[in-house]
Design a protein around this ligand. Sequence first.
Ligand SMILES: Nc1ncnc2c1ncn2[C@@H]1O[C@H](COP(=O)(O)OP(=O)(O)OP(=O)(O)O)[C@@H](O)[C@H]1O
Length: 572
Amino acid sequence: MAGTDAIDNDAQRWETLQGKLHDGLLRGVRDGMGYEFMSPVQQKVLTELPNFHSDCLVQAKTGTGKTLAFLLPALHSLLTQPGLQKGQVAILILSPTRELALQIAKECDSVTANLPRKLECHTAYGGTSKERDLNKFMSGDPKIVVATPGRLNDYLSDEYVAGKFDTIRTLILDEADQMLEAGFLVAINEILSRLPSKAKAQWQGMCFSATMPQKISGVLPKVLKQGHTHLSTVDPNETPTIDRVPQHSIVVSSAAEVYNTLWAVLQTEYEAQPDNFKAIVFGTTANGVALMHSLFSTLLASNNNIKVFQLQSRLSQNIRTRTTAEFKAAPAGVMFASDVIGRGMDFPNVSHVFQVGLPSNGDQYVHRVGRTARAGNEGRAVILLTERESFFLRVNKRLPISPYPVDISAKAAASTLDVIPAFYALDEATKSKAYQAWLGFHKMFTKQLQLSNEGLVQEANQYASAIGCPEPPLIDKKIVGKMGLKGVRGLNVGHVESAPGGGRGGQSSRGQGRQGRGGQQPNGGNKSNGGSQGIHDGRVEKNGTNGGRGRGGGGGGRGRGGRRGRGGQPSA
Ligand SMILES: Nc1ncnc2c1ncn2[C@@H]1O[C@H](COP(=O)(O)OP(=O)(O)OP(=O)(O)O)[C@@H](O)[C@H]1O
């Protein structure tokens, strides 16, 4: 790490742990991974933890090496206290997303690569064949399991499989604050009830995150024993964003101004740093991300230097995994993404993070910004909000966000000349799903946005018009009901059927007219199970083998895995 945040003047070399940390692991870090110094969080954990088997709650900024900080003590204990039977798991690591689970497992494989005997690390997450994964798990000898909660519960629901966790020694919650929040709580409680109890089995509990609310869920005592060690490299009075990331906001008058302004700011930032421009643009819903991806694939098509990517939960797991690997390796490019990569993901050399629309809360904002300026690198961040959404900035005054330093309004106005025709060229299905997702998502924030249901629909219809829909797209009346928008004027309500065979694509667009206006539904291609994908996309990786679809219902409710901001308030 080159930067100051990760390595400071007091940084210790890994050699100083000789005799304390298992030799094979030290070789793995130094020779295998090529790291010279410990990062502050690694140093703190490895030198201040009473012993490597102690329970701990650890907070450190994003991108400062927490993964190794939890892997090393747990692996050290495993290697120095042998005696586990074949097939028995020693270390269980829980991660909120599939991509992060895979990344942690890779880091584990790297650090154990220099050991004389291979340590098997198994990943268990949804979206892949459960049968194949279970066969692999049962026939191998995985000592480490990295899992998302839903798939792990699938495993543990079989008593025979659960028996493999009988002598577990360490349980790690990465992104612990999120794992102990409402969206994951049921799954985590279920897991804890299926593992040997902490009191009896005395396994070690470790909780890591960049953000830690004052009060974490009551489940914590089931994971960490009383008197556990609390380590932090974050000053309690500062925000846990990386200091060297300039963070700016742009507030536009309405949803109609968002995409042309985004295009203007992307160009502005690219022009300022055309070499190795590697950006992530976060959107609020999976379908909204798909729309941005389609739009900017067109707009950026003429620029061969900029490859365009997308990651969101409606893509198949194969595509998600492949895209993750490609974007990790890419020297430059623009990734449109939902919160499936909002936390923990380490894409090397991301130069910019853009956030379009509301993050679920201030902490999620921090984690998203943390995708840049990792491992000591530089980075920039911009959040783009509408006037109504700008309450986020007022509510989260502690965040070091200042207005964008350049007036880009003229450039944004000029950008409409590119954006409008590009939207007209996009297929109706993509726009229609994005519209529905927009509506479902913003419905959850009507109070903060100071909108009545009528006002919300009016804004949504302006959005539809801005993305090139000649009329508001048709929405299935069941979804309208789930969103709590039954009878609201201005919606184009109809009956949308699934394709034969249960697919999502086909539908019989028998529009039943605009609510209160009696207009005809204009376009085909709506999908039946739309909705807003829960609240934000990708927060909870339930067990699904379905790539995470359909969690949010119509978007009017909270979705099984979704959450509002803490205490039921978004972004508060
Ligand atoms: N001691 C080290 N020296 C150099 N690079 C390191 C060191 N430790 C970790 N790294 C690298 O720093 C990057 C960030 O590490 P990691 O992903 O563990 O961060 P994190 O703190 O878990 O981030 P987040 O809060 O986003 O989850 C990775 O690319 C990792 O390989």
